[in-house]
Write a protein that binds this ligand. Structure first.
Ligand code: ADP
Ligand code: MG
Length: 259
């Protein structure tokens, strides 16, 4: 169910890493105003892995996410997303890479004038699947515990419900790669936990890869792996056991959890 592709431009084989980054540098601006924000990033995300990225504010997390998401053009190094080299791709080809990626942002970005189902249906329409859009939207909303809210507009939903609609929209096309930028930041503790547990469940069911930026130390346990970005450099790359054993709560680097 998870791997069908409508465009043939980026072949995906089960053995391909979801993301493979080598010697990636990134700068904003040009000339005297050039500001380098990412330095020599090397990172491989195997298929099916749930990876959490932490790091102080301004360390480059969102920039790295938007590069992986083919939302910005990369000039230096190598960045392969679902088997496709993204460096040097034309804008049109970048769009086709994006079709296999689900984005979840801190702010839910729902259309206020559309119902929950209609917001999700818009994503299905991008795939050209008009006939089944309603049933697909209802099915994923149901999985996210919103079966009794499908015809509500965002204004009538709680923060947690809105974020779950945004997640439904990101997941409805079964993207192989999910990029989430602080998806629980606007949620209370329980809603945040629920949202992340659902993402984890759906990802494991369909062997999706998730890269999630979060400062929320209560949800670190959903990760198979935690990476830490500081001043544009990947500082550590640890599995959860190592992370927990080396990060006694009393000695945690507080910078990691500053928004
Ligand atoms: N569009 C932009 N133009 C110029 N500088 C930017 C832009 N976006 C982000 N930056 C700068 O890049 C650095 C990294 O930002 P960002 O990736 O948003 O960090 P984080 O998500 O870790 O807080 C920051 O110094 C920020 O000011
Ligand atoms: Mg950010």
């Amino acid at each position: 169910m998870a791997t069908s592709q409508s465009s043939g431009s980026s072949p995906v084989t089960p053995t391909t890493s979801a993301v493979q980054i080598q010697n990636l540098h990134y700068s904003f601006g040009s000339g005297d105003l050039t500001k380098q924000v990412l330095f020599d990033i090397n990172l491989t995300l195997p298929r099916g892995q749930i990876v959490i990225m932490t790091g102080p504010s301004g360390s480059g997390k969102t920039t790295l996410l938007t590069l992986i998401g083919a939302l910005r053009t990369v000039h230096a190094g190598s960045l392969q997303v679902l088997g496709q080299e993204v460096v040097g791709l034309s804008r049109r080809k970048l769009v086709s890479v994006r079709r296999n990626i689900g984005f979840i942002f801190q702010a839910h970005n729902l259309f206020e004038s559309l119902t929950a189902a209609q917001n999700v249906e818009m994503a299905v329409e991008l795939k050209g699947q008009f006939g089944t859009k309603r049933s697909q939207a209802v099915e994923i909303l149901d999985k996210l515990g919103l079966s009794d809210r499908v015809d509500y507009k965002p204004g009538s939903l709680s923060g947690g419900q809105k974020q779950r609609v945004a997640i439904a929209r990101a997941l409805v096309n079964h993207p192989l790669l999910i990029l989430a930028d602080e998806p629980t930041a606007a949620l209370d503790k329980k809603s945040g936990r629920d949202v992340v547990t659902l993402m984890q469940k759906l990802a494991k069911e369909e062997n999706h890869t998730i890269l999630m930026v979060t400062h929320d130390n209560r949800i670190l346990d959903v990760a198979d792996r935690i990476i830490n970005l500081v001043d544009g450099r990947l500082e550590s790359d640890e599995n959860l056991d190592t992370f927990v054993s080396t990060h006694d709560p009393k000695s945690l680097d507080r910078r990691m959890f500053i928004m």
